[in-house]
Design a protein around this ligand. Structure first.
Ligand SMILES: [Zn+2]
Length: 243
């Protein structure tokens, strides 16, 4: 009698486990970007693990470049540059056209491949839909303050090196719209129309799904005029900053 009960219990547990596994397989099939185990595809809708997978590409530049290529992003691989703490060997130059419809200003955007991947998905899946929805226009240009800069955080003489020192960050200053309007973080984060403020917060929040670190004017005065986006490597389950 006792053996029969044990067997029944084991059977129920086995059935529940099998059901859970089946549910998980079906669910990840429909939501591949929400699983930590599926391969990254930059054209898929953003999921729970998209940002972590993009940041992890810092370990695998060939894979990162393959994903950019497959996603139709135009880029040119750059030779290794810099020395010591400011050396980098995984930079690419993003060029307009292909999957990326907005250009960058200045036009030259030399960033680490994971930052480029984050920017490409951000532009297509966050920035353009937010602009269309909130502002009724498309973004034709993304203004930036640059990427590579050999310095420590906040330009101090001591302390941790900035992700900018490895071209692993970019500072986005504003957006140019198809109707001629311009939106800047400095002027419009607090001073713009409600829709402009909502747009800037929407693109900041969306960036948090794609970049390891996002710092906005909400963080501190040093970021009053730009959104800092970087792909700091903090391990598969490391912390992410979104402020
Ligand atoms: Zn920055």
């Amino acid at each position: 009698m006792r053996t029969a009960r044990r067997l029944a219990r084991a059977l129920i547990i086995a059935i529940v486990l099998i059901a859970l596994i089946c549910w998980y397989l079906v669910w990840t099939h429909d939501h591949p970007a929400d699983s930590p185990f599926t391969e990254l595809d930059l054209t898929r809708p953003i999921g729970l693990f998209t940002g972590r997978k993009i940041a992890a590409l810092g370990d695998d530049t060939p894979k990162c470049e393959t994903l950019l290529f497959r996603a139709g992003v135009r880029y040119r691989a750059l030779p290794a540059a810099g020395t010591g703490q400011c050396a980098y060997d995984d930079a690419v130059r993003l060029t307009k056209g292909g999957a990326l419809t907005a250009g960058f200003r200045p036009e030259r955007v030399d960033v680490s491949c994971p930052v480029a991947a984050g920017l490409a998905v951000w532009e297509q899946q966050i920035v353009q839909p937010a602009a269309e929805h909130l502002l009724g226009a498309r973004v034709t240009g993304i203004d930036h303050f640059g990427s590579y800069s050999c310095r420590r955080m906040y330009g101090r003489s001591t302390g941790d090196w900035s992700e900018h020192a490895r071209a692993n960050a970019i500072d986005v200053a504003g957006f140019r719209l198809s109707d001629g309007r311009r939106i800047t973080v400095a002027r419009d984060w607090n001073g713009g129309t409600l829709k402009q403020q909502q747009f800037l917060r929407a693109v900041r929040d969306g960036a948090c799904k794609l970049f390891a670190t996002v710092l906005s004017p909400d963080y501190n005065a040093a970021h009053h005029d730009h959104l800092h986006l970087d792909q700091a490597m903090r391990g598969e389950f490391g912390w992410r900053a979104c402020r």
